[in-house]
Design a protein around this ligand. Structure first.
Ligand code: ADP
Length: 665
């Protein structure tokens, strides 16, 4: 913009060319107008000096107006641009025209303090008596540049983030044209499309991509294509495909708020391979476990047979009265017997454990009295304890102590194992003490404490692992190192757990915690029930009983049962849904409910009856073929007044009728 004239003399104020009047005659009004302009405005004379500057120029460049007027234009141009400006200005002088703002790129102005400011400049030639002159409007665009820089930074960040996504990512606009993608996506589209793909419509990209997919027949390809295009209008779409080179991809399209679509493509190849490897590994493990169980049970059989001979004949030898053994031989035979018994024990334990681990042990829970278990264990082990010189003591549970909900045999096995260990790993004159306590609601604990050797601290974390004998491997006390593993697994199968504390040299305490048995709701005493049903015969009131049952034979049976009671009317419903309607309409005195019904189950039906105001008070008895203790507990917990099981026990049924029908008066 500035001719490369000789440098001006800053003090040369009298120079006629530096006066605006010499360039163009400005009236006061024009000055005021220019001063009010939001941009800096300068007039540059033919001598490339600033002939006029408005008020905004002062602010923008930091000069007083008097300081700047008369100075060469270069004064406000950074040094690094001055040379190019000379040429530019020369060209402009030859062919002056109006150039709008923003026509030039990245211009900078130089402030009085030497700092640079980004500016945008528009030029217009002005008529001057002394030669070509022009007016420049200079706009400070620092703020715009700052915002542009932030926007660019954000865009770069976004592009960077998209690029770092491991999966393919693409963004389409509302016209379904690609606006952004990462290189993984570019790679997916493949070489089918050469050159940049931004701005391409989805359909074109789809065609290019499809050449890479394993899609079978032409028909399948056409169908795939039309499905893809059709799904573009739905809010989300997800589908899986395989590529020709065997990769598995999952594509998900989600519609964004601006109507565009965000597409992600996950490469599931590894996951699919892993899943199939896992499946195979699981099948192999199951087969191996099956083979192991079979091996163990046949091994057990194979071992037992000769063991039977060894133990059998050893016993015969020991008892032979005709040819009694010498003391030396007697001792040796005793060794054989002890060794054989140990082996038998080991076989039993290993088999038990392998059955548990293969999930072949069925646990049937029932209410079990803790007192009974403790007494049973004491009776079994009293003689063993006496032989070892150990005092075996049980502390009977307090009155009203809850029943355990457990498999009786397995519960006994656990406590027996703890107690036998407490005797084995004790010291002469020591004691083993069996106690019980209530734990958090719904749990109880049986503990066996001894005054024995305790377990070395560094071995404590391993004793529930198979064959870990916590340092006893080389000691004189016989054992297999399996007992505790079995107790742990059994307790877990019954919904309980085991644990211990041990002080080496002082003693140990092993415990098992089990769920308590939930008592049935308290029942009101029967009124004058001499034989079941007798009170019903004397009942003068008319009663209505609804039986919900889908099996006609069972319905007929109930009809026969209630046929004896003239004043009891029986209505039946083959589904729970119908039963609920009948109950609401006729308000029976009692409902008998089967559990396994064709539609909703007896449990759900009970819940619905309880929800309705008309039926919520009606007593409901369950009569079901699901007869385990767990089923019964579940039934009572759900709110059935009684949970009776099939085949029906008539006395029980009639008792329940009496209780519930007569109690309603
Ligand atoms: P076994 O008694 O057949 O070795 P267990 O599985 O019953 O196997 O016990 C594992 C190990 O835990 C035992 O070998 C013993 O070292 C230790 N142990 C178990 N109970 C006690 C106890 N009451 N006192 C000290 N050590 C015990």
């Amino acid at each position: 913009m500035a001719p490369n004239d000789a440098p001006p003399d800053p003090g040369d104020d009298d120079s006629p060319s530096s006066s605006v009047a010499a360039v163009m005659p400005f009236g006061d009004e024009a000055r005021q107008l220019l001063d009010a302009a939001p941009d800096a405005m300068i007039v540059v004379g033919p001598d490339a000096r600033i002939a006029f500057a408005n008020a905004r120029t002062e602010e923008l460049f930091g000069y007083e107006r008097d300081e700047i007027v008369g100075q060469p234009l270069d004064t406000i141009i950074p040094e690094r641009f001055r040379a190019s400006h000379v040429n530019y200005f020369a060209r402009y002088a030859e062919k002056p025209s109006t150039r709008p703002m923003g026509a030039s790129v990245d211009l900078y102005g130089r402030r009085k303090d030497g700092t640079e400011i980004p500016v945008e400049v528009s030029l217009s030639p002005v008529r001057a008596s002394s030669g070509p002159a022009f007016c420049a409007a200079i706009r400070d665009i620092s703020e715009r540049k700052r915002i542009e820089a932030i926007a660019k930074l954000n865009a770069d960040r976004l592009a960077g983030a998209v690029e770092t996504i491991q999966d393919a990512f693409a963004l389409f606009d509302a016209d379904d044209k690609l606006v952004m993608c990462n290189s993984v996506y570019r790679g997916l589209i493949g070489e089918g499309l050469v050159g940049p793909i931004l701005g391409k419509p989805y359909e074109e990209l789809l065609d290019a991509w499809m050449s890479d997919l394993a899609l079978g027949t032409d028909e399948e390809r056409l169908q795939f294509r039309s499905e893809r295009l059709a799904s573009r209008s739905s809010p989300t779409a997800s589908f899986d495909v395989r590529t020709r080179d065997g990769r598995s991809l999952r594509v998900t399209d989600r519609r964004g708020i601006d109507g565009g679509i965000v597409k992600t493509v996950w490469d599931l190849t590894d996951d699919v391979r892993l899943a199939s490897e896992l499946r195979e590994a699981r099948a192999a493990a199951e087969a191996a476990s099956e083979a192991k169980s079979e091996f163990l049970s046949s091994m057990s059989h194979e071992l037992r047979t000769p063991l039977n001979a060894i133990l059998g004949f050893a016993q015969l030898l020991a008892r032979d009265k005709k040819e009694p053994l010498s003391t030396r031989h007697r001792e040796r035979v005793d060794q054989i017997l002890r060794g054989g018994e140990h082996l038998l024990h080991l076989i039993d334990d290993i088999l038990d454990l392998s059955r548990i681990e293969a999930g072949r042990v069925s646990i049937s829970t029932e209410p079990v009295s803790v007192t009974e278990v403790l007494e049973h264990v004491k009776t079994t082990l009293d003689s063993v304890a006496a032989r070892a010189g150990i005092r075996l003591e049980i502390v009977p549970p307090e009155p009203g102590f809850p029943l355990a909900s457990a498999d009786r045999t397995r519960f006994l096995q656990i406590v027996t194992n703890f107690t036998s260990n407490a005797i084995k790993y004790n010291r002469p004159g020591g004691s083993a003490r069996l106690t019980s306590s209530r734990r958090e609601p719904g749990r109880l604990r049986v503990s066996v404490a001894d005054t024995g050797l305790g377990i070395p601290e560094d071995k404590q974390d391993k004793i529930f692992q198979p064959f870990q004998r916590a340092g006893q491997e080389t000691g004189p006390i016989e054992g297999t190192g399996i007992g505790l593993v079995i107790t742990k697994r059994l307790a877990e199968l019954m919904g309980g757990r085991v644990g211990f504390t041990s002080a080496p040299g002082t003693g140990s305490e092993f415990w098992v915690e089990l769920p308590t048995h939930v008592q049935a709701p308290e029942q009101r005493p029967l009124r004058a029930a001499r034989t079941p049903g007798a009170a019903l015969l004397e009942d003068p009131a008319a009663r209505l009983v609804l039986y919900i049952e889908d099996n006609p034979a069972n319905m007929n049976f109930m009809r026969d049962v209630l046929g004896d009671f003239e004043r009891i009317e029986l209505v039946t419903a083959p589904t729970a849904e119908m039963g609920i309607e009948i109950a609401a309409a006729r308000r029976p005195d009692l409902v008998i409910m089967d559990i396994n019904l064709p539609g909703i189950s007896g449990f759900e039906a009970l819940r619905r009856l309880r929800e309705r105001s008309h039926t919520k008070e009606v007593p409901v008895i369950a009569l079901s073929a699901a007869a385990s203790e767990r089923d019964k507990q579940r039934g009572l917990q759900a709110g059935f007044y009684r949970y009776l099981t099939k085949p029906v026990k008539l006395d029980e049924l009639l008792e329940a009728f009496e209780l519930l029908l007569l109690a309603r008066d």
